[in-house]
Design a protein around this ligand. Sequence first.
Ligand code: PMP
Length: 288
Amino acid sequence: MKVYIDGKYYNDKNAKVSVFDHGLLYGDGVFEGIRAYNGRVFKLKEHIDRLYCSAKAILLDIPMSPAEVTAAVLATCRRNDIRDGYVRLVVTRGAGTLGLDPNRCEKPSVIIIAGKIQLYPPEYYENGLTIVTAPTARNFSNAVNPAIKSLNYLNNILAKIEANIAGCEEAIMLNAAGYVAECTGDNVFIVKAGQLVTPPLYAGALYGITRGVTIELARAAGLAVTETNLTRYDLFNADECFLTGTGAELVPVVKIDGRLIGTGKPGPVTKLLVEKYRALTQASGEPI
Ligand code: PMP
């Protein structure tokens, strides 16, 4: 594998950053997780735009233009013969001193890793996931806003550990007010009386690109979509529930905190949207 770091390519064994990089010392940086399907990078512009929004929110000046980062992502995919794969795009604050102050960091580093994706096993899509609610609350938007896709993922990792302890892959995270925010690496949707409902972004979620695509696909299929606060009660009593994310795509959820959702099997609306999403990933994207 050839890893891109600041304009050069390195073999994976030699792809390294400084131990003084504030990305390592403090989680000071931003990232994106992007998929390639069928020789195209899916929703690349949306990912690049979100990267720059995350960077703006933490006053990180990416030392390349969006067009240059886009070109570098595509070039790294070409170098690694990627047709179907996963791209991790990272911008760290760069090497600095041991203090917190980002002003003492020399220059942000841009890293691009293009490789294989570890997919959820097919039975998760056929039978649906069992998940739990995490005791750890999602970050408060006035602290580290969950909309920032930052290198500081401890909030999510704590919830992931809690999911793992419960024998699950994912966990629902509630915000400080007790409303559903999102999962550790996915956004959440329910289907109720034929309508799609998802928490509003201000509930404390990443502005998920798969979430946005799902809303568009649903509306194009004539389904109503509303963004409104949800409680665990609403999840338990939904007809269907599914999660969305670049890695997971759309994955059905059939049990939450011991409560069966709907029939306990992936529902028809979820199945329809899974199909539509898969068709779109195969047929669109930025050619590599
Ligand atoms: N929420 C969190 C916390 C995430 O890390 C992600 C991305 N893995 C998502 C939601 C889904 O976002 P996207 O659809 O853009 O991948």
